[in-house]
Design a binder for this molecule. Structure first.
Ligand code: HEM
Length: 479
């Protein structure tokens, strides 16, 4: 009661028309969410409540017993998505969640970032190689670093970003958290990657996200997707066995996967729970940074002056740590505010009749979620400039910037990484990954948006520029 209902067809619009998430947000969600702080929204074959006002989010995140996590394994146990990610640290609740979280926390908080440095260099080499392929004459050599020259007229140095960024983020998570070398940056067709692509291409179809009950029917294409899922899960587990179990290397290493194996050996978790958690580390650990990296590449291309300023900052930083650079970090935080990679998440269910804030009455058994895109652009929280890209809003020195970041997270005005007890366990890793990657690429290349790329974000689900294409040029002499 006391909140508006968004017309049921709104989440189906991307199925029928050429609209993206930003269009839908502006047309249907922004105003009611801003005014009421929560709305009723049809998604996944049911009516849900989606919250965006920071104070209401704070209540929801805090009161975990009333707004209990209820992931796909409970919501749609028959769904192909549930077969993919099972019961894991993100979806679980109560004692099982505590056990999972305790197990994987050390590996995700204390890790070796050297593979990310090496992979950023491999990534630059792959971009470089594409320039050689796509440029009939030698690539432009730009000695000057002021970012003023307009490269967008040269369409021969175009690079399609999605596949490359995915290869990078997979390499990073598999080496840093899982202790595996998937070979995504060194081989053109890593077996695990090929299988994962098959799963991703088929599983997140809008139709099945909106009507998951279709997964109850024996639809041949869906059954095939289920088989791809099983095959991928088995292949990942086989790789973990080869890299960590059979040679006992899990005993000497501190990867999140090593801790999961130890936990399984102690019978704290079952084999299925072991695989479910390996899968979610792989999935959340590569997909979310992949989305953020895509947004960062896009925003650097769109804001050439920032690209030049931050390049100069990175070049001058010597041994100073990347997490101490004010421009780089405020740029990243501002991108996350405007383009939170997980724009909307609905995976909690009320365990009793309750009140959200002072006047929203919610019965037991209702699915409740949150809309990060709206919270990041909430006028009451961010002021009249909420739609403007202003990295300087975070502060002008690193201490202020970091304390503003923490303050915004604590007050739930920045909810892109959740917060509280269920805060994202990969935030530190993801931020480190994007700093390292962007610093490496900024030093080797400058880039603009490809002139023929249509400026759109993804139609639904995870948020980032759709099918991003960029024009690169080298900042060093090619051999
Ligand atoms: C830009 C990158 C990332 C973003 C924006 C992000 C965002 C989030 C969000 C919003 C949640 C809460 C989900 C919910 O409400 O159900 C979450 C949880 C989680 N994330 Fe991330 N994530 C990122 C990267 C990562 C990475 C690299 C990992 C590494 C494996 C990771 C691991 C986790 C885990 C384990 C949880 C569950 C925490 C819990 O419930 O105890 N995330 N993340």
């Amino acid at each position: 009661k006391n909140i508006p209902t968004i017309p049921f067809y709104v989440t189906l619009l991307p199925l029928l028309f050429d609209v993206d998430q930003k269009d839908i947000f502006e047309l249907y969600l922004r105003e009611p969410l801003e005014k009421y702080g929560a709305v009723k929204l049809f998604f996944g074959s049911r009516w849900n409540i989606v919250v965006s006002r920071p104070e209401l989010l704070a209540q929801m995140f805090k009161d975990e017993d009333t707004f209990a996590k209820s992931g796909n394994h409970i919501k749609i146990p028959y769904g192909v998505i549930s077969a993919y990610t099972g019961e894991n640290v993100i979806s679980a609740h109560g004692a099982i969640w505590r056990c999972f979280r305790k197990t994987i926390t050390p590996g995700l908080q204390f890790f070796d970032h050297e593979p990310m440095v090496k992979n950023a260099q491999l990534f630059c080499a792959l971009v470089d190689k594409q320039l050689d392929v796509s440029t009939p004459e030698p690539a432009i050599l730009c000695k000057e670093v002021n970012g003023t020259s307009n490269l967008s007229n040269n369409s021969t140095n175009e690079v399609a970003m999605p596949e490359l960024i995915q290869r990078l983020s997979l390499a990073n998570i598999s080496e840093v958290a899982l202790g595996l070398d998937m070979g995504t940056l060194t081989k053109p067709n890593s077996e695990l990657h090929a299988k994962l692509k098959n799963v991703k291409k088929n599983i997140f179809k809008s139709l099945y996200l909106n009507f998951p009950m279709l997964d109850r029917l024996p639809i041949p294409s869906r059954q095939l997707t289920r088989a791809y899922v099983e095959d991928f899960r088995k292949c990942l587990m086989d790789s973990v066995r080869d890299s960590l179990v059979n040679n006992y290397s899990f005993e000497q290493t501190k990867f999140a996967s090593s801790d999961l194996i130890r936990s399984f050996n102690r019978c704290d978790i079952t084999e299925k729970q072991l695989i479910d958690n390996l899968i979610i580390i792989m999935v959340a650990g590569h997909e979310n940074p992949q989305l953020l990296l895509t947004t960062l590449f896009y925003m650097f291309a769109k804001h050439g002056k920032w690209q030049s300023r931050i390049r100069a900052e990175v070049q001058a930083c010597n041994s100073q740590k990347l997490e101490d650079l004010p421009l780089l970090n405020s740029f990243i935080f501002e991108c996350i505010r405007l383009y939170p990679p997980l724009s909307q998440i609905i995976n909690r269910c009320t365990t009793k009749n309750c009140m959200l804030g002072k006047d929203v009455m919610i019965p037991k058994g209702v699915y409740v979620g949150y809309n990060n895109m709206s919270t990041g652009r909430y006028t009451t929280a961010w002021g009249d400039t909420c739609d403007k890209f202003l990295p300087e809003r975070w502060g002008d020195n690193i201490n202020d910037i970091m304390s503003e970041w923490r303050h915004r997270k604590n007050t739930c005005a920045m909810s892109a990484f959740h917060g509280g007890r269920r805060a994202c366990l990969g935030e530190k890793l993801a931020l480190m990954e994007v700093r390292i990657t962007m610093a490496a690429v900024l030093q080797d290349f400058k880039w603009t948006l490809a002139p023929d790329w249509v400026d759109k974000v993804t139609p639904a689900g995870p948020l980032c520029p759709a099918g991003l294409k960029l024009c690169f040029s080298r900042l060093y002499a090619s051999e």
